[in-house]
Design a protein around this ligand. Sequence first.
Ligand code: SAH
Length: 199
Amino acid sequence: MDFNLLENYFNSLDRSLFLDDNIKGYANLDSPLPIGFGQTISQPSLVLEMTRILKPEKKNKVLEIGTGSGYQTALLSYMAGAVYTVEIIPELSMKAKERLQTLGIMNVFYKIGDGSLGWMEHSPFDRIMVTAAAKKIPLELMDQLNVEGRMVIPVGDEYIQELQLVTKDINGEINIQMINLVRFVELVGKYGWSSFDDK
Ligand code: SAH
């Protein structure tokens, strides 16, 4: 992946385009900001770091879980061939779609639903980016990751999570690496914290 290309695009991308009017003035802060429905747009430096770790290539098909504002989606769509993005809150998905289409971004496919189940019809994916925190790595996502694929996912409890890099080699062997400590909003659905009773 061309890191300079990513960084130039990141620097040129106006984050305020992904924010509601009442919050646009804070766009330049390197911090998460509210996007409604109890959700947040991630901190820009973390979005950049996670994209660097994921290493999307032009030949890659990317699955993104948690479309949110569409800000991370924009970076992924610039670096990859196609992005399949899943969001569980319909209003957020529709708003992100409208914004990205206004920017002329056409290689993104949108789905409303539980992204922890992946997007079977379009699998396998060369890259998977999860932008909400799971209690465990969803098995469905492991299965839908292509050989020689990479997945970046925050795993942990509601207070703190490990940002993990999951790689699958040419033989299908999985390796998991801990990158950093992060704090994301909950991945709701089957792999969320609230839905597990084995805490
Ligand atoms: N990448 C986004 C981050 C949004 S926060 C951005 O930069 O704006 C995480 C998002 O994940 C929220 O929009 C939340 O609604 C969504 N989400 C949570 N659980 C989900 C699930 N199971 N499937 C799909 N989306 C989910």
